[in-house]
Design a protein around this ligand. Structure first.
Ligand code: URP
Ligand code: ZN
Ligand code: ZN
Length: 462
């Protein structure tokens, strides 16, 4: 063995915890047993620590254009933050510029990630410019290992919105190619109506971001999209679900037989719209907006029940200076929050340690389910022999808190400032490479690699 992790409390598929050793050879988990008799070139004593499969953040945006600026992390800094928090695979998105084909946009994005991303990655393909023109590229992209696509039912003024007839065409093409369509679900008509009313009346404070993009807008878009998915018998993935109304629309569709998957984010589980009333409320502008405490609790309950499939961060950080440049006006402030470093520590602390989430649910929503939905489950998502040696060793006895001034990405603040944490990431390994050692990021060389996804038809046939 190259490395043996000794006597950790291993969080196995299904959430079962078993004390034992993990042996790693050539970047793969070679053996798991109560006690391995082999020797290894290196050993880590994990006594008293939980050993998890590496976590997957299915939703990040490194260095994307928003308003007149760019989210501040690039693949290097953002993946450093990911590794520090136990995320070993990120799924980011292309940025399709007007006139650019899906393939060109993807190749441009891959060029930014390759050789810079510390953790493993794949890229979702955004379809924002004249979708009908690029339908013929979808199948080839799936064959190349890019099987997930995303569209927006809003952001018309930014030139990114898809209309429902186009949505239908795109969804059918992705279904036929064995891919998965992701939707940013907000009803643009409602949003434009409410936004214009507030702007006209001079209501520009951050809280009007939430008043302009309502739960009703989210629910209406989910309902419409799910109707189409039902008619086409196609699968559909809703990103960053934020509200009880949106949740109910998704669950209603599921009860009617639609294969709809739901993703939420830590900000909708842990923060609420009262943040917009703080002096720095404009820093919290993100889309969809933060919601009410009741929405937050509905999402927790759904997560615990298994009605929400994944948790991603929508990591899209801006510095305080970038946020300030919007003059504290909701429509001029770049939208997005940092998150990837705290995905797992927050879910462990406020889910598992508080008794809201079982370990089984935690590994499902942070690893297994994303691996399955995005065609990576032949290598990622489970602590089992044959899988990539992506591991996180977590010390549940450590105590600390989040400090925006001491993070691994480029954001100089955190929406979770001073949140206590019930543990600490001690080690993060990606395919056997050590990125975090004894609590410190040590990834001098870049080891992250593109992991081609298997299409849904390949996955189904094993
Ligand atoms: O405000 C956010 N979340 N920015 C990133 C883009 C998006 O809509 O996910
Ligand atoms: Zn979005
Ligand atoms: Zn996003």
């Amino acid at each position: 063995m190259d490395l043996i992790i000794r006597q950790g409390d291993l969080v196995l598929p299904g959430g079962k915890v078993q004390r034992g050793d993990v042996g790693i050879r050539d970047g793969v988990i070679a053996a798991i047993a109560p006690q391995l008799s082999e020797s290894a070139r290196r050993e880590i004593d994990a006594t008293g620590q939980l050993v998890f499969p590496g976590f997957i953040d299915p939703h990040t945006h490194m260095g994307i254009p928003i308003l007149d600026t760019f989210s501040i992390d690039d693949f290097e800094s953002g993946s450093r933050a990911a590794a520090a928090g136990g995320v070993t695979t990120i799924l980011d998105f292309t940025v399709q510029r007007p006139g650019q084909s899906l393939e060109e946009a993807l190749d441009e994005r891959l060029a930014l990630a390759r050789g810079r991303c510390h953790v493993d990655f794949n890229i979702h393909v955004n379809i924002t410019d004249r979708p009908e023109r690029w339908l013929s590229q979808i199948e080839a992209l799936c064959r190349r290992g890019f099987t997930s696509f995303k569209v927006f039912s809003t952001y018309r003024q930014a030139g990114m919105m898809i209309r429902w007839p186009q949505f239908r065409q795109v969804l059918a093409a992705i279904r036929d190619a064995g891919g998965l369509l992701m939707l940013h679900a907000e009803d643009n008509d409602l949003i434009e109506r409410d936004t214009e009313a507030h702007l006209k009346a001079g209501r520009l404070d951050p809280i009007y971001h939430a008043r302009s993009r309502t739960p009703e807008a989210e629910a209406r878009a989910i309902q419409r999209a799910a109707e189409i998915a039902g008619e086409l018998e196609a699968e559909l993935y809703i990103v960053h679900l934020s509200s009880a109304a949106g949740l109910e629309a998704g669950l209603r569709a599921r009860r009617q037989g639609v294969r709809i998957y739901l993703e939420t984010c830590p900000q909708y589980l842990l923060l609420d719209e009262s943040r917009y009333l703080q002096a720095n409320g404009h820093w919290y502008i993100t889309t969809p907006p933060l919601r009410s405490p009741a929405d937050r609790e509905a999402l927790w309950a759904a997560l615990a029940r298994g009605d929400i499939d994944t948790v991603g961060t929508d990591h899209c950080p801006f510095t305080r200076a970038q946020k300030e440049a919007g003059g504290r006006q909701f429509h001029r402030t770049p939208n997005g929050l940092p998150g990837v470093e705290w995905l797992f520590p927050l879910l462990y602390t406020y889910g598992v340690a508080e008794g809201k989430l079982s370990l089984q649910r935690l590994v499902s929503v942070l690893a297994e389910n994303s691996a399955g939905l995005f065609g990576l489950d032949h290598r990622k998502g489970r602590l089992a022999p044959g899988m990539d040696a992506d591991l996180v060793i977590w010390d549940p006895s450590a105590r600390g808190h989040i400090d925006g001034a001491r993070q691994h990405g480029r954001a100089d603040w955190s929406p979770y400032q001073d949140f206590p944490l019930a543990g600490r990431v001690r080690w993060t390994l990606v395919r056997g490479h050590t990125l975090v050692a004894d609590g410190h990021f040590v990834g001098q060389e870049v080891h992250g690699s593109l992991i081609p996804a298997r299409s849904r038809t390949q996955t189904a046939s094993g």
